[in-house]
Design a protein around this ligand. Structure first.
Ligand code: GLN
Length: 239
């Protein structure tokens, strides 16, 4: 596998709570462990957003940070071009909310990028704690078989429209919103979630799914990685 994997880490200067930048690190490390060259391209607020990374990760953030992020991503629309091109994008929490039609932050309704058919408005109480779900296997996540685990902390509740599918069916925690039993979003090449953790450290199969999509190969073509510490982490978190 000669390809060099270019991982776009989107706006880590404003989005990246709870170690969400670690999602890019996990992708890079899993690629390197398989003998691939892999680099993280850090896309800061002052940078143009490139449209040609192989995969993108976006993290969570506070309300003020996500307002700044959404205006920057609208002004430099590389992510929109990448999505139109079918490049995999993994977004967490505020990152997910920003990709939707609109979200509420600081009591203000802010227009998002409209890349996913999802709208976020405040819930009555903040969702904080462990979240676990079973993959729905919708769209590009058809290859997922392992339960998903993460940590959620959000005030926004995200409701999906008909173009979007859920990533998981909630077994523990709140997930997208009160009175729903779903977690995350799958639409086209985008996978979004409320799972922090970082999510790709806790869910190695999800990391490999994104990597396989980035490389344009079936997940089964990736050499398996036996990492006892990840197995232990999952056992601990899935209890
Ligand atoms: N500010 C958003 C909310 O509370 C997102 C929070 C986060 O990314 N952790 O809903």
């Amino acid at each position: 596998m000669a390809k060099r994997l270019r991982i776009g880490l989107v706006l880590p200067d404003v989005l990246g709570t709870y170690g969400d930048d670690g999602n890019a690190l996990v992708l890079r490390q899993r690629a390197r462990m398989r003998g691939m060259e892999a680099e993280i391209e850090r896309i800061g607020l002052g940078d143009d957003v490139p449209a040609d990374c192989d995969v993108y990760t976006i993290g969570g953030g506070e309300d003020a940070a996500q307002i700044i992020a959404s205006s920057r991503l609208k002004a430099s629309p590389g992510l929109q071009s990448a999505a139109a091109d079918g490049r995999p994008i993994f977004a967490v929490c505020a990152g997910m909310q920003v990709l939707g039609h609109a979200f509420t932050a600081h009591g203000e309704t802010v227009e998002g990028l409209g890349l996913i058919d999802a709208t976020t408005t405040p819930m009555t109480t903040r969702a904080i704690g462990e979240v676990a779900s079973h993959p729905t296997r919708a769209g590009i996540t058809a290859g997922l078989t392992e339960p998903l685990t993460g940590f959620e902390n959000h005030m926004g509740g995200t409701v999906l429209g008909p173009e979007a599918s859920a990533l998981g069916t909630v077994k523990r925690g709140v997930g997208n919103a009160e009175n729903t039993d779903v977690e995350g979003v799958v639409q086209g090449s985008i996978i979004a979630t409320y799972m922090h953790g970082p999510a790709l450290a806790r869910n190695p199969q999800l990391a490999d799914l994104l990597m396989a999509k980035a490389l344009g190969i079936p997940m089964s073509d990736l050499e398996p990685l036996e990492l006892a510490e990840i197995d232990r982490l999952r056992l601990e978190r899935m209890r």
